[in-house]
Design a protein around this ligand. Sequence first.
Ligand code: ADP
Ligand code: ZN
Ligand code: ZN
Length: 826
Amino acid sequence: MIDRLTLFADVILPVPIHRSFTYRIPFELNNDIQVGCRVIVPFGKSKMQTAIVLNIHQNIPLTYQSKYIEAILDHTPIVTDKQLQFWHWISRYYMSPIGDVMNAALPSHLKLASETKFEIHPDFDEKNSQLDDREAEIVDYLEHKEVCDLKEITDLLALKTIQPIIKKLIEKRVLISREEIKRRYSPKTVLCYKLVPQFQIEHNLNVFIEELELSKKNSKQVDAIMAFLKHKLDNEEYLPIQKSYLVSKEVSSSALITLEKKGVIEAERYQIDRINNEKKQSNSFKALSNPQTKALTELNESMESNNVTLLHGVTGSGKTEIYVQIIQDHLDQGHQVLFLLPEIALTTQLIQRLSAYFGEKIGVYHSKFNQNERVEIWNKVLTNDPNEFRIILGARSSIFLPYQSLGLIIVDEEHEGSFKQYDPSPRYNARDASIVLAHMHQAKVILGTATPSMESYYNAKQGKFGLVELNERYKGLKLPEVMFSDLKRERRLKNMNSHFSNFLLEEMDQVLKKGEQVILFQNRRGYTPLWSCEICNWTPKCNNCDVSLTYHKHANHLKCHYCGFTANPVGSCPSCGSTRLNMIGFGTEKIEDELSLIFQDKIIKRLDLDTTRAKNAYEEILNDFDNGFIDILIGTQMVTKGLDFDNVYLVGILDADMLLNRPDFRAYERSYQLMSQVSGRAGRLGKQGRVIIQTGDPDHWVIQLVAEHNYQKFYENEIIERKNFNYPPFYKVISLMVKHKNINLVELASKELATNLKEIFKERVIGPEFPIIQKIKNYYLKEIKLKIERTAPEKKVKEKLNERLELFYQQVEFKSVKVVIDVDPL
Ligand code: ADP
Ligand code: ZN
Ligand code: ZN
């Protein structure tokens, strides 16, 4: 009889520890417990934790007295065997504690720990809710207690499996977790227009229209007002109208702006229901062009024999429409599809395009989402719901969903660094991990990009991945013409106006005069990166980090971009007393400031971390740009990401040298990618765009190849460097960052660890060396790098490394030293 057997469960706890823990299963739970279910267990001093059952067995732990499992939270597993296998792979490969992987993988609502507090949902209405006895008991309890935790509810009901009850109450909006209240999303808004009350009066409006009609050039404004009147007729009252709706009815944006200035209409933002709005139902697919059809055929062929295929298609070649066809094939076969994007916030356009085709079948998933929604998606993916969430569009964490029938993973913009998580651990790369995930599901992977990472292109060239190339833009549109401003020459000839060459300014002027738009790219935010004393070279530094402070003019302070430390600007040099402080370099804020003096009648906006902190700020700026409300958009790398605008004809890259001169082996690869990607925003709708690169070195080979749009050649040059200097893809790098507040201890510990590692890894150990930034948030850093041949047995390398770390930590004096391990750092 199973219910009389003494059973134990190994469980994973969401704590940064490398092993699992064993608990005794109470007899009465013997029949209910299953691998992949959550259980509540005591952990530490009188604390309860949610854990995942990994394994059930009869082996009595010999070294310690195991505690009892308190309760089971699920009737059926919420984590699949494949997921557990995947978690273990991530934990092993990226050398992260399995508990960290669990933490990254599970939405926090599934990790209801003892600390999670519940209260009655503000929308709860007792009269209209049907509660059973137990549910009512919880509600009664909460009505006088106001908040309680899971343990209290367990005690209250004297039940071992309370989670299903809690879950139901959360779903019925009877209970809500404290955390959720704090995190409620701020709703998305849309820009609407309405007639001001004065002009809703027929007589006033008629008088105004008559005036307008006196001049022919006002006809667009008249059309706009007619659209408002038509809308009123249809709806029988004046309602605010979405701007996008008006524009779709051929109302001109500039007429709306003029009418707003004249005080006839007013703009206001209204909330819309976030998800529903994005799920308009299916449009029909676009017919593919010949080159697209050819690429599609090649992709399908490649996928027959390769697990992974790289789709290298230039910017604007129409990769999305190709994905759409392949996704549909997989949906027809009953597969789930994962579409990985570098950053959800930056890809609203893509979400809208795909939603137009797949409607309800799409679920968007990422870590900043509302927790209830994340749990809902988790459950629908787990139960393999045939109608909803067949396609998951998500940022890196969506590789952790409980897929049941995954058939295809698309990694769009596969070269993007944001697929790699740096903090917190696990430091995984979702692109690479997704290949492992696909393998477990026997699913196919497509990596898509205009500028492949060196690793992926190498793999494709080696025949490890399939390769499909699409070298022309949709409709044969030409890639932009790239020109240079030679900064050395322009400076000599006094052809510069602050940071802008006259050539760039003249080109901008011409484009703007035609009513077309400009994007300027400078990969540095703030005003100036550096203040420096002309006499003694003093620069203001952060108190906590070894970096110079960046001046932000708007906030009028000096700020550290690593820890957020701020200081007041200084009037004189604290070191020598001189007042001759120079500003060196320039960031997006300074460009905005200076351009607003040069192009006074143009609307200039900035897209960077500082202007997009508010919840929907990013979308609003992009929408405004898309709708022609902005003439010049200045941005950091945010402007390079997958945007598709119709009216941009000029892109300016203000400081190419800053990109190229970074002390990092990926500097050229990054420079090529960023410059090509931002250039790709120029010219759409049948007209070739133009790019102007400002540089002191126009003959630099990377810049030349950007201008030629010659990725192939770039790859061939760069791969030789990588080979000569033992870098990826030929070698795999593992970085070990030794951290402590005491610099002497960091020196000592890193030396010891390096010596220790050299015994095994020999000349593959590089360092210890100070990284470029030696101190961050008061921690001193020293880095040891391992460079391991890609052909080396990966598992064994990690095992040996772990052994050595174990030895290192056995030395008492190093117990407080932190070693941050980063496998395949970017
Ligand atoms: P990529 O992702 O390769 O840069 P996109 O998929 O964004 O390119 O396509 C570029 C533009 O061309 C988009 O505006 C898209 O709507 C349009 N486009 C691509 N393929 C087609 C097609 N077959 N029919 C109509 N428009 C297309
Ligand atoms: Zn000085
Ligand atoms: Zn700092």
